[in-house]
Ligand binder design. Structure first.
Ligand SMILES: [Zn+2]
Ligand SMILES: [Zn+2]
Length: 126
């Protein structure tokens, strides 16, 4: 499989039991449907995102990105909680591509959010 952004090879990496594809050059991450959601729940999963956010930011501006699985044009999405995170989503296979640094960013936010939720629950139980 080729990286939808820079056409380099995607290599398979594994976190716990979940396999993700990562570009050997730009370190962008490809998630099959629901893999991203599963990974976000796992502690330490941000360690798969080893790329430089600087490179990711440049790639984030790219348009006309095609799905590495079905070659369909992907849709540019904005994360609903963090509108500075732009990623690509395939309308056919529901896979998503995150540029380097974006998954880490998303993960940090969801950890904080979970912590806030926990505090709210604690407070309401007092
Ligand atoms: Zn790449
Ligand atoms: Zn696809």
């Amino acid at each position: 499989m080729k990286c939808p952004k820079c056409q380099s090879e995607l290599e398979t990496i594994k976190f716990e039991d979940i396999e993700v594809e990562r570009c050997v050059a730009c370190r962008g991450l490809w998630f099959d449907m629901l893999e991203k959601e599963d990974l976000l729940k796992l502690e330490g999963s941000e360690s798969i995102d080893i790329g430089e956010a600087r490179v990711g930011k440049e790639h984030s501006k790219m348009r006309d990105v095609k799905c590495p699985v079905c070659s369909e044009p992907m849709i540019s999405m904005v994360d609903r909680d963090q509108d500075h995170i732009h990623y690509e989503s395939c309308p056919i296979c529901y896979g998503t591509f995150f540029d380097a640094g974006e998954f880490r960013d998303l993960k940090e936010h969801s950890v904080i959010e979970r912590f806030v939720e926990m505090l709210k629950t604690l407070r309401s139980n007092l």
